[in-house]
Design a protein around this ligand. Structure first.
Ligand code: SAM
Ligand code: SF4
Length: 326
């Protein structure tokens, strides 16, 4: 079992498989972002080895993220391999849904059924203004297909002043007849442009207030243990919605996750600047026991919350979320 400094059990790994993306979401990366050479990425064999070591020691859920996971060549090899790992109870995916649809049938056959799909607007022009790429139809087609299956489907929407607040109500309206969850995320400073940001206009309370002013009859749902979203339902609706205080950071007390970036940085908090590089350590010939030991050492120093992790950084938060995975 992996236990952190604050006696929290760690059982969830978020693994970024690439830093590359075909969209340029304004809050995530600048237009001219420089992606790394593929040799700097963890190989699939390295990822599978890490997951196996961690699963042997208590990790039972892995989320594959990026960059855009489905842009990495031969990505299904990774899913096929992960699906065979005993003790890995849940494989989840975060994707922008531009290239995901073609892989859905096989993913379902492998038992992979938990998808977070990022879509920040239901309006084609606003979608373009935010992502700076013309993939609206592909994304909608993928979501529509996913809705036909019995999946754990969440739509992730980063809420931004003057960009997409008019989408909040239409997103909630989607949950009237569809058994999906829509999650409104506070914007974080991981935008890759070196400037960070000092605050947000639309925090989770304002988002919640806005929804409640339109739907007074909402009720709180019981949140899953370690959930980062506060979940609600409009009475009589099939689906639900959640707000994620990603910048406010009110959920850190129950943190159960670790992250490994596409370049192999091991992170014990989204807001830290990486504790060590597991890829370099493996390439220096580390044994499984040594890898486990260094992971445990990192957890023994894990920050209490995202504020402490941010304060301990050498540089301010401003890297692109595509290098971390969200
Ligand atoms: N490309 C995939 C996608 O967009 O779903 C996976 C990687 S993306 C970095 C993972 C999640 O991080 C997405 O839901 C995205 O909206 C979110 N994200 C990226 N930058 C963010 C930021 N600055 N603030 C809040 N969420 C962010
Ligand atoms: Fe790409 Fe996802 Fe970042 Fe958008 S949020 S630019 S889809 S990695």
């Amino acid at each position: 079992m992996l236990i952190d400094k604050h006696n929290r059990e760690v059982n969830y790994l978020r693994l970024a498989v690439t830093d590359k993306c075909n969209l340029r979401c304004t809050y995530c990366m600048p237009e001219n972002i420089k992606f790394v050479n593929n040799k700097e990425l963890l190989s699939y064999e390295e990822m599978i080895r890490i997951v196996q070591i961690l699963v042997n020691n208590g990790i039972n859920k892995v989320r594959i993220t990026g960059g855009e996971p489905f842009l990495r060549k031969n990505i299904m090899y990774l899913f096929e391999s992960l699906a065979k790992i005993d003790g890995l109870d849940k494989i989840a995916i975060t994707s922008n849904a531009t290239h995901t649809l073609q892989y859905l049938p096989r993913l379902l056959e492998l038992g992979i059924r938990a998808f977070n799909i990022s879509i920040d607007s239901l309006d084609k022009d606003r979608f373009y203004a935010i992502t700076r790429r013309d993939y609206y139809e592909d994304v909608l087609a993928c979501i529509e297909e996913m809705m036909k299956h019995d999946l754990e489907l969440s739509l992730n929407c980063v809420v931004m002043k003057d960009k997409n607040t008019e989408d909040i109500i239409p997103f909630v309206e989607l949950t009237r007849h569809k058994k999906i969850s829509v999650r409104f995320i506070e914007e974080m400073p991981f935008n890759g442009n070196g400037t960070g940001h000092s605050g947000i206009d639309w925090n989770y309370l304002k988002i919640l207030d806005h929804i409640q002013s339109r739907y007074p009859d909402i009720h709180k749902l019981k949140d899953a243990k370690n959930s980062t979203s506060l979940n609600y339902q409009v009475s009589g609706f099939e689906g639900s919605f959640g707000v994620i205080p990603a910048f406010t950071r009110s959920f850190c007390g129950t943190c159960n996750r670790i992250r490994i970036t596409a370049l192999g940085k091991f992170k014990t908090c989204l807001y830290d600047d990486g504790v060590f590089n597991i890829k370099d350590f493996m390439r220096q010939g580390a044994t499984d026991e040594q890898i486990l030991e260094i992971v445990n050492q990192a957890l023994a120093h894990k920050s209490k919350d995202g504020f402490e992790a941010e304060n301990r950084r050498k540089f301010m938060v401003s890297e692109s979320m595509s290098t971390i995975g969200g």
